[in-house]
Design a protein around this ligand. Structure first.
Ligand code: NAD
Ligand code: ZN
Length: 388
């Protein structure tokens, strides 16, 4: 356990059904012009119209950026930041998944024009907060609403790279379960597995500490108890609210701890083949957790005790095995696609994947069991053998 640790949190957090109404408290009579960041998929979901109605009631002029692509490259993110700069808005509201929130967070620190996304990739701490940001997640999810991270695709490196700067912590967050009502099951499932990965990775990270453990464990309890109904039933309002809370908690855990080899090895799958973030994490999750088992017996068995505990008197190893079986069952039940082949990945790509995955040292150093080149090769091969 580390001796020193810290935790970061958005200044204001509102949660629960109808919490979107709290937006009035946050913006009424405070700003001259609000920039709303969103994307086409979310605009169709209804929650964005509710947001517009609230802003109209507040009589604030708005400008809308709704062309944001999923999992943008740094150049695409820069294009939106440039368009934002033209508008001189003094408040940002992002309503969307991690893709939308991450670009909004970059805009909040890169509107002065002194540096852009490329410069932030080279030197993330250059950025200072220029415009306050209110984040409203519509997936549960990345936890981006809680973190100081913004992830962009860097095609030149075939990777996704995280820009990390505490100035990107949101000023306010609204977790309203209504935002998830129209979320297609497929996206709810893979984004939910992303949150599950955040929880487990943060709990088993070399950087884990009492702050992050508390948030990671609460996130895992909520996820194991709610992910299936939240993904499968449109009317599971309480379960969807719980998943939003869980994703947020797991994001808070990231600020104090950090993800590990699951995320590190999944970044080349996103960067090279554009496999959605939650799906690529689901592909790497079980291979990496099985590999980590011998180094994480205590942590896995603690998670089993807190979140599953179906049988008494088991050894740590038995509990760890049951935890992995439970995760496998959830991934299969939710039909998260696991076939790398279906995304065009073949064995001839193996060495490139190994090379790129080992570049993600920022996260690999957090992994309890060292990931050698040979281990990375074995883990990608195992993921390639999975079908689903
Ligand atoms: N900043 C962080 O801390 C952090 C952490 C993990 C991942 N990420 C990044 O976040 C991105 C992924 O975000 P994501 O998984 O939330 O997916 P996403 O934002 O890319 O959205 C995926 C799809 O879901 C649609 N969608 C979202 N909400 C919807 C809703 N309520 N109804 C209907 N459709 C909806 C979107 O239109 C999009 O087509 C990746 O770039 C990933 O690297 C960031
Ligand atoms: Zn993630």
């Amino acid at each position: 356990m580390l001796n020193e640790y810290s935790l970061m949190m958005p200044e204001k957090i509102y949660s629960g059904n109808n919490s979107l109404e709290k937006l009035k408290l946050l913006v009424m009579d405070k700003y001259k012009k609000v920039a709303v960041f969103t994307d086409r998929g979310i605009r169709g979901s209804g929650i964005v119209d509710t947001l517009f109605d609230i802003l109209e009631e507040c009589k604030i002029p708005i400008v809308v950026f709704d062309e944001l692509p999923s999992e943008p490259t740094w150049m695409e993110a820069q294009k939106t930041v440039d368009a934002f700069k033209e508008e001189s808005a003094d408040c940002i509201i992002a309503i969307g998944g991690g893709s939308v929130m991450d670009v909004a967070k970059l805009a909040s620190i890169a509107s002065s024009g002194e540096y852009g996304v490329k410069e932030l990739l080279e030197d993330p701490l250059r950025g200072v907060k220029q415009v306050p940001a209110i984040l409203i997640p519509t997936t549960a999810g990345t936890g981006s609403e809680a973190t100081p991270n913004s992830i962009v695709t860097v095609p030149e490196k075939n990777l996704k790279i995280g820009i990390v700067n505490p100035a990107m912590i949101a000023d306010a967050v609204i977790l309203d379960g209504r935002a998830l009502i129209g979320l297609p099951k497929k996206i709810a499932a893979s984004t939910g597995i992303d949150a599950l990965a955040h929880g487990i990775e943060c709990y088993t990270s070399n950087k884990a500490n009492p702050f992050s453990n508390m948030f990671a464990m609460e996130a895992l309890k909520l996820i194991f108890n709610n992910i299936i109904p939240a993904c499968e039933r449109q009317d599971a309002v309480e379960e969807k609210n719980n998943m939003l809370l869980a994703a947020f908690y797991a994001g808070v855990a990231i600020t104090a701890s950090g993800t590990t080899a699951v995320h590190a090895l999944s970044y080349p799958l996103g960067g090279r083949y554009h496999i959605p973030h939650g799906v690529s994490n689901a592909m790497m999750l079980l291979p990496v957790l099985k590999y980590n088992k011998e180094a994480c017996l205590k942590e896995f068995s603690e998670i089993y005790d807190e979140v599953i505990k179906k049988e008494q008197g088991l050894s740590q190893e038995e509990k760890a095995d049951l935890l992995l079986i439970e995760i496998d069952t959830i991934i299969k039940r939710l039909e998260v696609p696991l076939s790398l082949k279906a995304y065009g990945v073949s064995k001839s790509d193996l060495e490139a994947l190994v090379h790129d995955g080992l570049e993600v040292k920022r996260l690999l150093v957090n992994n309890k069991r060292t990931v050698t080149e040979e281990a990375a090769r074995m883990l990608y091969l195992e993921a390639m053998e999975a079908e689903g």
